[in-house]
Ligand binder design. Structure first.
Ligand code: URP
Ligand code: ZN
Ligand code: ZN
Length: 457
C-alpha cells in the first residue's frame, strides 16, 4: 500500500517548498503539487506541518557493558523511543573492551540488533586494542558493510587505545577508505586528576567535571587531529562539548585535516550546574566529556549555525537511578551517560529553531543529511525520488513539556524533565511504512534493517 503525504511544507538541507509526496515499495516515487492517491493509498494530511527527511542519530549506545553494568535499553525500546522523536536511523557503537575479541564483539552486537529494531540502523566499530588479529578482523567487518571505526582516547585500560594502536588503526582506516570517529579526552590526565580529587575527599558528582576539564578534551582533540594529519586518514570527533576543543578541531580543519565535528544534545541543553545538584541528584547528568560552564553552550550554538559543527547526535546511554547509585561513594564509579534518543530532534527544534536562530535547513542538515553524507547512508537524509521513504510530519504548533510519563526509553528518569517543547512529530515513516501515526507507535520492532555502507574516504 502506498502512502501520500499531502499539503505539507517540505524542508530539506537546502530546500523549502510546498508539495505532496507519494511513496511506494519503501521509496519516495513522486514529489509534486496536487498528487492523486491511487486506490488503497494511506493519505496523511500535513496541512500546516513540516515534512522533514527522517532524522539520523549518528552516535548511540544500546547494548553497552560499561563501568560494571549495562546500559538499560534494548534495540526495541531504543528504536521506539527514537521513532517517537522523529529519528528513523541510528548508528550504534559496537564496543568490545580491550580483553574481548573484536570480531566476536561485532557478531555479538549485530546479533543483538537483528530483528529487534523498529527503525534502520548501522554501526561504528570500536577498535579498543590493535593486536596481530585486529587488521584482518577489521577488514572482514568493513567488507560486511561497516564503513566507520571508533576509538576512545579516554577510558584507559578498558576501551581506550594507546598511541601506537591509534596510529595503526588510522593507517588501516586510510588504506580501507573508512572514517574513524573518536572520543577525545586525554586518558592519562583524567586518571591523574581523578586520583587527586578522590584523595582530597572530593567524591560527589560535582567533581566529575573538574576531573576532566576543558584542557583535557582540547588536548585529546588536538592529539587526534595530529594523528589524522600524520596518517592522512579522515576523522570525526564525537560529543565535542566546549569552545577550547572546538578551536582545536577548527584549527585542524583549517590546516586541511579531513575532520568532522559532532556535538550532542545534552551539551546544548545542560550546563555543569545540573551535575552539581545536591543529594547526588547530579549523577543523572554525569557523562563524558562532562557538562560544561554555560558559556560553552553559546560556542556550540554559534558553531552549529555557522556549520563548524557538522552534526548533532545524542550519545544516548541510559543508566537508571539504581545504576547511577554505584557511584555514591566516588564519582569515578557513576556510570557515564544520559538518555536522549527520543529528545534530540524536539530539543534541537525547540531551542535551536523555534527559540533560537538556527535555520530550518541547518536543523535538517545537522540532525539528518550531514550524518548520511559523512557515513555513507546514501538512501537516507534526503527527500528525493528514489530515496528511502523515511519521513517525518512535524507539527510546529504543538506546545508541551518533557515528562517521563511520555517517555519510551527503558529508564526511570529523563534529564530533560520539565523542559518546554515546541513542535513534535505526528507521523513518522520507515521505508514507506507508518511507524508513528497521530503521535502513537504503530510500527513493527522486527522491521529495522542493518544498513550496509561502502567506504568512501
Ligand atoms: O558518558 C558517556 N558519553 N557515555 C557513553 C560512552 C561514551 O563515552 O560515549
Ligand atoms: Zn564517548
Ligand atoms: Zn558515546
Amino acid at each position: 500500500m502506498g502512502i501520500l503525504i499531502k499539503n505539507g511544507r517540505v524542508i530539506t538541507a537546502n530546500d523549502d517548498y510546498e508539495a505532496d509526496i507519494y511513496c511506494e515499495d519503501e521509496q519516495i516515487t513522486t514529489i509534486g503539487p496536487n498528487l492523486d492517491a491511487p486506490a488503497g493509498t494511506e493519505v496523511i494530511d500535513a496541512s500546516g506541518k513540516y515534512v522533514f527527511p527522517g532524522f539520523i542519530d549518528p552516535h548511540v549506545h544500546i547494548h553497552l557493558p560499561f563501568m560494571g553494568t549495562f546500559a538499560k535499553d534494548t534495540h526495541s525500546t531504543a528504536s521506539i523511543a527514537a521513532l517517537y522523536g522523529g529519528t528513523t536511523t541510528y548508528i550504534e557503537m559496537v564496543c568490545p573492551n580491550r580483553t574481548e575479541d573484536t570480531l566476536e564483539g561485532y557478531k555479538l552486537w549485530k546479533g543483538m540488533a537483528e530483528g529487534k529494531s523498529a527503525c534502520d540502523y548501522t554501526f561504528h566499530m570500536a577498535v579498543s586494542k590493535f593486536d596481530d588479529k585486529t587488521a584482518e578482523q577489521l577488514r572482514e567487518i568493513v567488507a560486511d558493510g561497516i564503513a566507520s571505526f571508533k576509538v576512545f582516547l579516554a577510558y584507559k585500560g578498558f576501551f581506550g587505545v594507546e598511541d601506537d594502536e591509534l596510529f595503526a588503526t588510522l593507517k588501516l582506516a586510510k588504506e580501507l577508505g573508512v572514517i574513524t570517529t573518536a572520543h577525545c579526552e586525554n586518558a592519562e590526565l583524567v586518571a591523574r586528576l581523578c586520583d587527586q580529587l578522590l584523595s582530597e575527599g572530593k567524591t560527589g558528582p560535582e567533581w566529575h567535571e573538574p576531573s576532566r576539564p576543558i584542557q583535557v578534551e582540547a588536548e585529546g582533540t588536538g592529539h587526534f587531529a595530529s594523528f589524522l594529519e600524520m596518517t592522512g586518514a579522515a576523522g570525526y570527533v564525537v560529543h565535542l562539548s566546549c569552545e577550547a576543543a572546538l578551536m582545536e578541531a577548527v584549527d585542524a580543519k583549517l590546516r586541511g585535516v579531513e575532520l568532522y565535528i559532532e556535538s550532542v544534545i545534552p551539551h546544548f541543553c545542560f550546563d555543569k550546574t545540573f551535575a552539581e545538584r545536591p543529594n547526588f541528584e547530579g549523577a543523572k547528568w554525569v557523562m563524558s566529556p562532562p557538562l560544561r560552564e554555560k558559556s560553552n553552550q553559546k560556542a556550540l550554538w554559534d558553531g552549529l549555525k555557522m556549520g563548524l559543527i557538522d552534526t548533532v547526535a545524542t550519545d544516548h546511554c541510559p543508566f537508571d537511578l539504581e545504576q547511577k547509585d554505584l557511584g555514591r561513594d566516588a564519582f569515578t564509579a557513576i556510570p557515564n551517560g544520559i538518555p536522549a534518543i527520543g529528545d534530540r530532534v524536539n530539543m534541537l527544534y525547540t531551542y535551536g529553531v523555534s527559540r533560537g536562530a538556527l535555520s530550518l535547513q541547518r536543523f535538517v542538515e545537522s540532525a539528518s543529511t550531514k550524518a548520511a553524507e559523512i557515513f555513507g547512508l546514501t538512501q537516507k537524509g534526503r527527500i528525493a525520488v528514489g530515496a528511502d521513504a523515511d519521513l517525518v510530519v512535524f507539527d510546529p504548533s504543538y506546545r508541551g513539556v518533557v515528562t517521563m510519563k511520555d517517555h519510551h526509553v527503558n529508564n526511570d528518569y529523563s534529564g530533560f524533565e520539565g523542559f518546554e517543547q515546541d513542535g513534535k512529530a505526528t507521523h513518522v515513516t520507515v521505508r514507506g511504512q507508518v511507524a508513528i501515526r497521530d503521535g502513537v507507535f504503530v510500527g513493527d520492532t522486527t522491521r529495522g534493517q542493518l544498513i550496509r555502507r561502502k567506504p568512501t574516504y
